[in-house]
Design a protein around this ligand. Structure first.
Ligand code: ARG
Length: 467
């Protein structure tokens, strides 16, 4: 698509009388949005076709003019899609570019299209349609990411790894359980997306500049034709509102935060020091100088994209803050924030889905790490409560002494001889060794939502049915 300014007509000329001269070059530059809002061309044309069809149905324009308009708009659609449309910056935005071209194609009938509407409701419509489609795409992509995690969780329902708090080994967990934590996070993101689609599912067209219109339009008809549940209810709010864009950005920021935590874990897990996962060649890069290196660049970039998405959210909140009702030109600055965040979010979800599907999980490394750091200490304390009848606080104290002893001997809890354990508490028997292994530890945690393989499989089944 060409971005030149070859068209000689400016939007000032299209408005006629009051404007004796064209705008100053700087005015044109600050005013124009065509450089980015041309992305809305399909929505703009779809909206105009629905509007013209309704105008004719209501007898506001003739059927003949409507046919010319619809035919012309379809021609423009294919011109733009095939790259044969010349966008003009002098014509400011996508709405004026399409309308000017329509006038060239069909003549005076083009002038009837803008009856009973304004660019204020037009842009609100185009942008809402775009955000709605983007949300639908995001929903699909999140479903793909969730599916990748469900597969890995099922595969690794029994693989033991250290669970962390403060990034210090805390208690053994299963890798499947850890994967399912991400399923919950991205599942919440997906339900936020679904709610946002419901929220924005109201058609703005027909609010006109801000006050509605005296023409006998049918807003229910256009709402239906454009796939909205119903028309918006207040024309002032309709042209003032960008909540749908801010909701998209908030959802993107929260999902981005989740993605960045996953990215960070993958960065940590793929270090030689951890060695829990190995990224596929497809999602890592080498070093130009250090041949041994395999860098998790894609994960690092996902971590960084989150900062960018947060920036867009704060930018649009700040643009909208304090704006008086109804439309102000400030609002034109909404689109780039959303377009940029949408691109970042799509890339981040796609990259993480690929990484999760492709990475090799080193279960031996995970298991070895799970057993170190006295990770079954809580299991020992629980055993003392259950089998020896100690109050938990006392059991905690006894276990602390066992850990200290193991530490001084440089061995694991399971490696302490029974005589050593009995010296700490006489009621300890050799049955205690059954709970000191990591497998026994995770298998015992069968509480609802716990880390036991049986529980992980139950949650996988729940999510598979939920989709
Ligand atoms: N390009 C404008 C935008 O994106 C379209 C609406 C212009 N409306 C106006 N009253 N100047 O916001």
């Amino acid at each position: 698509m060409a971005d030149d300014t070859t068209d000689t007509k400016s939007s000032n000329q299209m408005w006629g009388g009051r404007f004796a001269s064209g705008p100053d070059a700087i005015m044109e530059e600050i005013n124009a949005s065509i450089g980015f809002d041309k992305k809305l061309f399909a929505q703009d044309i779809r909206g105009s076709i629905a509007h013209a069809t309704m105008l004719a149905h209501q007898g506001i324009i003739s059927a003949d003019d409507k046919d010319k308009i619809v035919h012309g708009l379809n021609t423009i659609l294919s011109e733009i899609e095939s790259g044969n449309f010349e966008f003009s910056r002098q014509l400011e935005d996508i709405h004026m570019n399409v309308e000017a071209r329509l006038a060239t194609l069909i003549g005076p009938a083009a002038g009837r299209l803008h009856t009973a509407r304004s660019r204020n409701d037009q842009v609100a419509l185009d942008f809402r349609l775009w955000v709605k489609e983007e949300l639908q795409k995001t929903e699909q992509m999140l479903t793909g990411l969730i599916a990748a995690f469900l597969d890995r969780a099922e595969e690794h329902a029994e693989s033991v790894m250290p669970g962390f708090t403060h990034l210090q080994a805390a208690q053994p967990v299963t890798f499947g359980h850890h994967c399912m934590a991400y399923v919950e996070m991205f599942g919440r993101d997906r339900s936020r997306v679904r709610h946002a689609i419901e929220h924005l599912d109201e058609s703005p067209i027909g609010a006109a500049a801000l006050a509605g219109t005296g023409y006998p339009i049918d807003r229910h008809m256009t709402a239906k034709a454009l796939g909205f549940r119903e028309p918006t209810r207040n024309s002032i709010d309709t042209v003032s509102d960008r909540d749908f864009a801010i909701e998209f950005l908030s959802i993107a920021a929260i999902a981005g935060m989740h993605l960045s935590r996953l990215a960070e874990e993958i960065v940590i897990w793929s270090t030689p020091q951890f060695g829990f996962v190995r990224l596929s060649d497809a999602f890592s890069t080498g070093s130009s100088i250090m041949p041994q290196k395999k860098n998790p660049d894609a994960a690092e970039l996902v971590r960084a994209k989150t900062g960018r998405i947060n920036g867009s959210l704060v930018a649009l909140l700040t643009i909208m803050k304090g704006l008086p009702l109804a439309y102000s030109k400030d609002m034109q600055e909404d689109k780039e924030q959303v377009f940029d965040a949408a691109e970042s979010l799509e890339l981040a979800i796609a990259a993480m889905t690929g990484m999760v599907r492709d990475m090799t999980v080193n279960t031996a490394r995970m298991k070895a790490a799970a057993g170190s750091g006295y990770s079954t200490a809580t299991d020992l304390a629980d055993w003392l409560v259950r089998e020896a009848g100690l109050p938990f606080r006392d059991a905690h104290h006894v276990t602390g002494r066992a850990v200290a002893l193991a530490e001084s001997k440089g061995c694991d809890l399971a490696e302490l001889p029974l005589s050593d354990l009995q010296a700490i508490h006489p009621d300890i028997t050799d049955k205690v060794y059954n709970v000191l292994t990591v497998e026994a530890s995770v298998a015992s945690r069968k509480s609802f939502g716990g880390t036991a393989p049986s529980e992980v499989r139950r949650q996988v089944a729940f999510w598979r049915a939920r989709n």
